[in-house]
Design a protein around this ligand. Structure first.
Ligand code: BG6
Length: 534
């Protein structure tokens, strides 16, 4: 079985990947929220990168839809400007050396813009006629991908309007014309709202037409976890409760709320990061090997895993909120001082959780997860701690003194895999010293311009749902966190702020580990020695 052979984009280790993939079939992409940040910073740059590698079809249409008063010329002009601003900026979303005119023109020549109010019927009449005009001129065969890059309150109304206007009906008789919808996050804010949203969407379209996006799954390194686990024989015998003591997953950010207070005050760290991004990491590490490479085979295994995660109790969770401090050498204000945040806000900007997975592979192996803003470093890693050896037969080395072995999957910023183990120190006595063996993707592969949405957009165009969330998966993840959300919602009197900006988070998070086993500690929120140049 080769789970990577699903489609050519991810099939050949050693090749640059994209070169061996073929262009998607004819289609139009309609972006709702075309004037928004997501479109400008990530979606259109991703389409541009796809055009650059020849994966956007010849017969292609791009239609931007937004309330902003723009026309096609100004819209595409602002998109091009954004791309130009990325050139040579090491901090930019896309690491491009230049904007390739031919690739850009392939997008621009096929682009149009429609202005209007998504909540009104008339808008969909205009949309329909403009879309049909593109379809006729470009010969896209009526295949449509609607990308909902809008606030979540618009998801259901837009889909209902699209349904009413007949824009998402698939013509099964006429050679399989497809109509697909990409839904951004957040998908609901708890189990009931996610179920309600699923019901509303599924009353208009079929599950196979819905692509619920989680941009973590577009990250190469997240997909690489599957490669590591299922593309190698050496790890599988270790990957279970017999050999693994516990797992730590850290998604640490240095950014704060960054002008998103209105959204974040309602969401908080738990809703914003855990049932979606962090649980996708948990699934990649903990799911059973899929039987076959079909999207459903893989999604079934993820669902099975989510279903096995025990509903969290409030005592399995620690929340935090940043106070003032210093992040990356700059002084940083506390969350309550951020513009748009209430002076007595009890929204959490940090969360740590202890997950229990009730299945044969993981029974008794805790998964500790934490994520927070304004922490000491930006780093996402999955660290697997192995059980100790049964005895330590070396002079002066008691078993307690020996550090544990770790396998560390570094997701970002500097993707790689490291193994931490003990070696003999040179000399006449048997003394042990810790060592680290590290693999970095950038040492082995040429980086390709990638904003993380390329694979997701391409997969949707070719009809591959593997990397997208199914209705039942989303609902299970909300079930896991529901009790904690309820408890925190009721108990508004959190003792905030409780961690300094630029620290590793609240001290209370240490207790989650120490309560299980007194010597257990979080790994430092720090760059790897190789990343920090040491
Ligand atoms: C988003 C969250 O989904 O993911 C943000 O809403 C968070 O709060 C972001 O900062 C993290 O994504 P990335 O790709 O920057 O790690």
């Amino acid at each position: 079985m080769n789970p990577l052979a699903k489609h050519p984009l991810r099939s050949e280790a050693g090749s640059s990947g994209a070169a061996s993939a073929s262009p998607a079939g004819p289609c139009s992409v309609v972006i709702f929220g075309a004037a928004g940040d997501l479109t400008k910073r990530l979606l259109v740059p991703a389409l541009y990168n796809l055009a650059n590698t020849g994966l956007v079809p010849e017969k292609f249409g791009l239609l931007g839809a937004d309330i902003a008063d723009l026309d096609a010329k100004h819209w595409t002009g602002s998109l091009r400007e954004m791309l130009e601003s990325f050139v040579g900026d090491p901090e930019a979303e896309d690491q491009i050396k230049q904007v390739d005119d031919a690739a850009w023109d392939r997008l621009r020549a096929h682009a149009d813009y429609v202005q209007g109010d998504f909540t009104r019927d008339e808008f969909y009449e205009t949309l329909k006629s403009r879309l049909e005009a593109i379809e006729n001129s470009q010969g896209t065969g009526g295949n449509r991908l609607f990308y909902l890059a809008v606030a979540d309150r618009f998801f259901a109304p837009i889909v209902e309007h699209l349904g009413k206007a007949g824009l998402v009906t698939e013509d099964e008789s006429g050679g399989g014309t497809w109509r697909r919808i990409i839904i951004e996050k957040p998908f609901g804010h708890d189990l009931a709202s996610a179920q309600d949203l699923n019901r509303r969407l599924l009353s208009v379209v079929d599950e196979r037409q819905i692509y619920r996006i989680d941009h973590f799954l577009g990250k190469e390194t997240v997909q690489n976890i599957m490669a590591l686990r299922f593309g190698n024989g050496i790890f599988d015998p270790l990957w279970n409760r017999d050999r693994i003591d516990h797992v730590q997953i850290t998604v640490a950010e240095t950014v704060g709320v960054e002008g998103r207070a209105k959204f974040y005050e309602q969401a908080g760290a738990l809703r914003d990061m855990v049932p979606n991004h962090v649980f996708q990491l948990v699934a990649m590490v903990a799911m059973e090997p899929p039987v076959g490479v079909r999207a459903e085979a893989i999604r079934d295994k993820k669902l099975e895993l989510f279903s096995a995660i025990r509903t969290l109790r409030p005592e399995d969770a620690v929340r935090g909120q940043y106070g003032a401090g210093e992040v990356s050498g700059q002084s940083a204000r506390g969350y309550r001082e951020e513009p748009g945040v209430a002076a007595d806000s009890n929204t959490e900007t940090y969360v740590a959780l202890r997950l229990a997975i009730d299945n044969w592979r993981w029974a008794g192996v805790p998964f500790y997860i934490r994520t927070g803003k304004h922490l000491s470093e930006r780093m996402t890693e999955i660290a697997i701690r192995f059980r100790k050896q049964p005895l330590a037969p070396f002079q002066g080395a008691s078993l307690d003194g020996l550090p544990p072995n770790w396998l560390v999957l570094r997701i970002q910023p500097d993707e790689g895999i490291a193994i931490e183990f003990e070696v003999k120190q040179p000399g006449q006595t048997m003394r042990l010293a810790p060592a680290r063996m590290q693999f970095r993707y950038r040492d082995r592969f040429e980086p390709e311009p990638n904003v993380g949405y390329e694979t997701l957009l391409y997969d949707c165009m070719i009809g591959d749902q593997t990397l997208f969330q199914r209705a039942d998966m989303v609902e299970e993840t909300w079930r896991v966190v529901g009790r904690v959300l309820d408890a925190w919602g009721r108990d508004r009197a959190a003792d905030f702020p409780n961690y300094r900006s630029g620290s590793a988070g609240p001290d209370a998070a240490d207790k989650l580990l120490a309560d299980d086993e007194p010597t257990r500690r979080w790994r430092p929120v720090a760059l790897d020695p190789a990343e920090s140049g040491q």
